[in-house]
Design a protein around this ligand. Structure first.
Ligand code: NDP
Ligand code: OXD
Length: 321
């Protein structure tokens, strides 16, 4: 006989991710909370928490005892896209593991562009031995972090440690030692004129959708040691106008791009990004959500909430992130 007292059930609703690893971790960490992959009917009374990544349409709409929704990602645009989203608190991922992974990705890509990775890989393919003796130092380059929040700030600090100059842009004003901070629409122009490499870590909201377009690229006015600005987008594909990115590369408004996220994922085989010589792409893998890092803090929050304590890392519904 099972002697573990049962608590409210968890609805695990995922699209595109293997549920087994999440079920295994949830069952190990919180065996007292049975996991369901779908509710028993629209109004399943047993479900108290939902753990989601791109949840099934309407799965959450009518659950009478749902207390909170936990996003398995830092971004919550996938939650807001769910039809019939109930008015319960939404918690997002803020985790040292995720943050470290993202900073590794940002540092990897910034260094790759600074150290002429694309050029030397092309030379290797053509068996050309030719050193570029004018290669610039980190101190010659400014990295502009567009969306200097949890992830952006950690990446900014790590880039500072490597000797890069760093600027940042956010919705509300910020101060950070050694980082030149700009905020809001009024600060955007100066921010865009400040950097050689732009790292985008914005959330996708109604205010940021398609913000990365030809007008924005034209406002990136600095022509530093890389010739034209480099764009690295690890935020969301919905932030970018993909036709404009390709034109900006052709016209030399951008010298190169790294893209981890796309309007359509998986990226369709016919996409021109696959074979473009100025594009480095990765399959939405900049910072993966890992069950062993995320589930224990999540179920601890459920227990705390059941005891009447407040939830942390709550999403601001009005701001959309
Ligand atoms: P945060 O909410 O901590 O940071 C978001 C930043 O963007 C904040 O600085 C915020 O400003 C700023 N921002 C939001 N809206 C605007 C706006 N309209 N104008 C200017 N700045 C704005 O989020 P995280 O750092 O945790 O995550 C950022 C995003 O990274 C996620 O939303 C997700 O889309 C993406 N992500 C991608 C992953 C991947 O593998 N590719 C993995 C994890 C996350 P303010 O500080 O004033 O609030
Ligand atoms: C996230 C993601 O938002 O993986 O965490 O994209």
């Amino acid at each position: 006989m099972n002697d573990i007292a049962s608590k409210g059930h968890i609805l695990l609703s995922l699209t595109g991710w293997d549920p087994d690893v999440w079920i295994e971790e949830l069952s190990k960490t919180a065996p007292e909370r049975p996991v369901k992959l779908a509710p028993d009917g629209d109004t399943d009374p047993d479900i108290e928490y939902a753990v989601v990544w791109k949840p099934e349409a309407s799965a959450l709409a009518k659950l009478p005892n749902l207390k909170a929704i936990f996003s398995l990602g830092a971004g919550v645009d996938h939650v807001f896209a769910t039809p019939g989203l109930p008015d319960v608190p939404i918690v997002r991922v803020v985790s040292p593991d995720l943050t470290t992974r993202m900073s590794e990705y940002v540092v990897w890509q910034v260094l790759d562009h600074q150290r002429l990775g694309p050029r030397y890989r092309a030379q290797q393919a053509a068996r050309i031995w030719e050193e570029d003796r004018g290669q610039c130092a980190a101190a010659d380059i400014t990295v502009g972090i567009m969306g200097i929040g949890e992830l952006g700030m950690d990446a900014a600090r790590k880039l500072r440690c490597l000797g890069f100059n760093v600027s940042g842009w956010s919705r509300t004003p910020k101060q950070a030692e050694g980082i030149t901070c700009y905020a809001g629409p009024d600060g955007l122009g100066e921010f865009l004129a400040s950097a050689d490499i732009f790292v985008v870590l914005l959330p996708l909201t109604p205010d940021t959708r398609k913000v990365l377009d030809k007008d924005l690229f034209a406002r990136m006015t600095k022509r530093g040691p890389l010739g034209a600005p480099v764009l690295i987008n690890a935020g969301r594909g919905g932030l970018q106008n993909e036709v404009d990115i390709l034109s900006a590369l052709d016209q030399g408004l951008l010298s190169a791009v790294t893209l981890d996220v796309f309007q359509q994922e998986p990226l369709p085989p016919e996409s021109p990004f696959w074979g473009h010589p100025k594009v480095m792409l990765t399959p939405h893998s900049a910072a993966s959500s890992v069950p062993s890092s995320l589930i224990a803090p999540m179920t601890a929050q459920m227990d705390a909430y059941d005891r009447g304590e407040p939830l942390i890392n709550l999403v601001d519904r009005k701001a959309g992130y």
